[in-house]
Design a protein around this ligand. Structure first.
Ligand code: ASP
Length: 309
């Protein structure tokens, strides 16, 4: 059988076993299981990598444990502004959305930008007009309200800091979400979705909706989805850098990922992680933080569900 594979992440950060209750750990693992199995089924039944990554991200966006969709963190103004992107390695084309306030599943809108617009990135009000035209589901601000997230904002406001969803204030709730997949036809795809950083303002946009920074897919090399301090992932063009190291420096996937995560990002102060799959189905789930919610399932390898180092 031709190899197919799916990898997902639910964010990287200061995720310590000592700060995690058994019950919370179970909840995280079962959310990761559900997402990775659902996408595996799509691939098993000859579905596309693009459908598989979208579906995994939708499931994680609907889960309040992760910082995307329903579980998105609060901005400085006490709102939610979500970013997402998806990329098709076959067409080398993508769709991305940014600064969304009221869209239930940002990744679905990103997919529609890819499929039904002539653009790559739509933001804010314009993106919501496009969403209405496409009949996308909206959600009220109450849908995104979460008390713990709100406490994270209050704490960030009092310390005047913009914080990653990786803080001691609430060590149990982390995570931008993402997925990468290889389907039976050898096509690769990547998708990422986030609420960004707590207490962000001025229309701050991270790496997630930027193709090449937080998300990248190209059938000639790999599919990548990143999580971490977005500014650093943008500055090091993290996802595209992995592709470039493979194509131009002829590195294999794991060496290319190692270089970006453990050398290039730390050299400018960046922390986080990423998941990647290459065109042969080799995979990498790597991070330079304490942990990263992650899972992997393929036609040929053992399942992986991981949280800590
Ligand atoms: N990369 C995301 C951002 O900077 C945050 C995260 O991964 O948690 O918006």
């Amino acid at each position: 059988m031709k190899k197919f594979a799916i990898a997902i992440h639910g964010g990287a950060g200061t995720i310590l076993r000592s700060q995690m209750s058994d019950d919370k750990e179970k909840q995280y693992k079962s959310a990761l299981e559900e997402a990775v199995h659902n996408s595996y089924e799509i691939l098993f039944h000859d579905g596309t990598a693009l459908d598989a990554v979208e579906q995994a991200v939708v499931i994680l966006e609907d889960c309040p444990l992760f910082n995307a969709g329903k579980g998105s963190v609060f901005t400085h103004e006490g709102r939610h502004e979500m970013d997402a992107s998806i990329m098709d390695g076959l067409r080398k084309d993508g769709g991305a959305v940014s600064l969304l306030r009221n869209i239930k599943n940002p990744i679905k809108l990103a997919r529609l930008v890819l499929e039904r617009s002539e653009h790559v990135l739509l933001a804010g009000e314009g993106a919501e007009i496009f969403a209405k035209e496409q009949g996308i589901e909206f959600a009220d601000p109450e849908y995104f309200y979460d008390e713990l997230r709100h406490n994270q904002l209050l704490s960030a406001l009092s310390s005047n800091k913009v914080i990653l969803d990786h803080t001691e204030i609430d060590p149990k709730k982390f995570g931008t979400v993402g997925a990468v997949a290889l389907d039976k036809n050898g096509n690769l795809a990547a998708a990422t979705s986030t609420g960004g950083m707590t207490n962000k303002k001025w229309g701050r946009i991270g790496d997630t909706p930027i193709l090449g920074a937080g998300t990248y897919a190209n059938n000639e090399s790999c599919a990548v989805s990143c999580t971490g301090s977005g500014e650093y992932f943008i500055r090091s063009v993290a996802a595209f850098n992995i592709h470039s190291l493979m194509i131009y420096a002829r590195m294999n996937l794991s060496d290319a990922c190692y270089k970006v995560i453990h050398e290039i990002l730390p050299s400018i102060g960046g922390d986080g992680g990423l998941i990647a799959i290459d065109k042969h189905g080799n995979f990498c789930l790597d991070f330079n933080t304490e942990g990263m919610y992650r899972a992997f399932l393929s036609s040929h390898d053992q399942k992986i569900i991981g949280i800590y180092k």
